[in-house]
Ligand binder design. Sequence first.
Ligand code: ARG
Length: 605
Amino acid sequence: MYDYKNFWKIKIARALTALIKEADPNAENIDSLQIIAETPPDPSMGDIGFPMFSYAKILRKGPPQIAQLVAAKLQSSGNKDGAVEAQGPYVNVRLNRSLTAKAVLEEIFKTNQKGEFIFGKPGTLTGKKIMVEFSSPNTNKPLHLGHLRNDVLGESISRILAVCGAEVRKVCIINDRGIHICKSMLAYKDQGNGRTPQSEGIKSDRFVGDWYVCFNKALKIEVDELVQKGMEKEEAEAKAPLMERAQELLRKWEAGDSETVELWKIMNSWSIEGMKETYRRTGVSFDKYYFESNTYMLGKDEVLKGIEKGIFYRQEDGSVAVDLNAEKLDKKILLRSDGTSIYITQDFGTAISRHKDWPFDQMIYVVGSEQQYHFKVLFTLLDKLGYPWAKNLYHLSYGMVNLPEGKMKSREGTVVDADDLIDSLRDMALEEIREKEREEEVGNAQEVAEKIALGALHYFLLQPSPVKDMLFDPKESLSFTGNTGPYLQYMGARISSMLRKSKAPLIGKNADFSLLVSDTEWELVKTLAVYPSVIGEAAAALDPSCLASYLYELSRCFSRFYHECPVLNIDNTELSMARQELSRAVMLVLRDAFHLVCIPFLEVM
Ligand code: ARG
């Protein structure tokens, strides 16, 4: 792979080493010289700038003097790849545009034996087995806006890691048991009257979610009554008859009561089927689903073993707990006094069965930042229980997503449902297509609108770094101008359409890339060249936002080129061909990067 920055870093390092040795033949530690490469603030100063400040001490000279010496050394050895110049404390390199353009573009058009695009695959994680958990819904609620951020982060990070050579296994834990599940079951038992998603014509996960909302409404009435009678709110919430009945149902479920288990099976299958439909729609997939109902028993065993090992202890009321003062964490309950297991219990079982199924080198949990404490405790306890791989667990914590109108809430049923949101984005995109009278041109307008919606959504969600809370603005996300998914998609479609019009479609290699030397072409070539290092950066930081910014930069560079450099309508055929192939290279990189950030590529829009 042609990495011009690295190429010049090595040259600079060699020159510096030689200078140091000349000054002091016994100098030590010069093998590990840190070379920093910067981009000069003004393109007229060159393409890469190397600051000389950090070598002043070892060379006992001022940075400008060092820059002079390094530049002289490199000049004397003659470089066809670029011109070297000292400017103040910097050594600046002006690359040979023709040679670099040729090297970069030839690299982009290389394919593997199957004819697939291979540019940008850094291979830095080859041999690593990485498990990525994401989405992980509860079966009492349909997927919402928060899940959409989680899903695209998980899917995108998995794709990025895989492109770097890692073997990636995408997993999901379905939290399908516990008190919250019993709540929707109870409401359905009380008021369902045999209705089904089919009978009501409602998407099946939504149907289940509605019963959860229904439970919470009824519970609120009971709690309010108790509070009016003078009970404290917290006590009322625990003692409300509905709450006690839900607890009772959970005990029955854990005891395997057949009627309860039957209902649970039906409601869960509705819920999961509905969610899978949404995953298919958004292009998210998993290699394996884990179910809390399967792993929680293993988790319970683990807790009991922990008591034997003296790590956990039983409290007077029968519950099991652990004190984590020494770890600067609080006391944590691991099993309730009635023996039922809680959220963290299943996570022991889930992690253990995953490592058994597929011994990973690392497992990444993509889960909201409100669970930071939970994962700290989980990782600490798995370590205490003696699992060596507990050190390789990582919580990729991401922030909340809100809509401009305000916070999303699920209990009151005012949650921003994932399907509804995508529907409305799609409808807005469809309207835009109609307004622009492009229905005929685009072919299947519904399908194109759906892809624009996903592009808008995914790009918007991936743009900020994961840790940050964010505001999702549907209108802004769909804008065809500015830093949006549809803007990027539009660039891809524009190139596709241009290449369709081309009279002499070429296969990359045949063009004379050395003709691409104007400032705008050059900027585009340089931007293309850094694609592999951007992927590497995104993988190292587990942050697709680097790729998102890169895509915007590349699209803007292309747009400038497209305005300033005519491609098809010029007399110089050689130049026209080279520019067509440059455009094709941009399209290939866009297409490849779109896949990594889950943006559908469109040939027309
Ligand atoms: N289902 C949980 C929730 O909706 C998230 C599960 C996260 N993963 C885990 N292994 N605990 O809050």
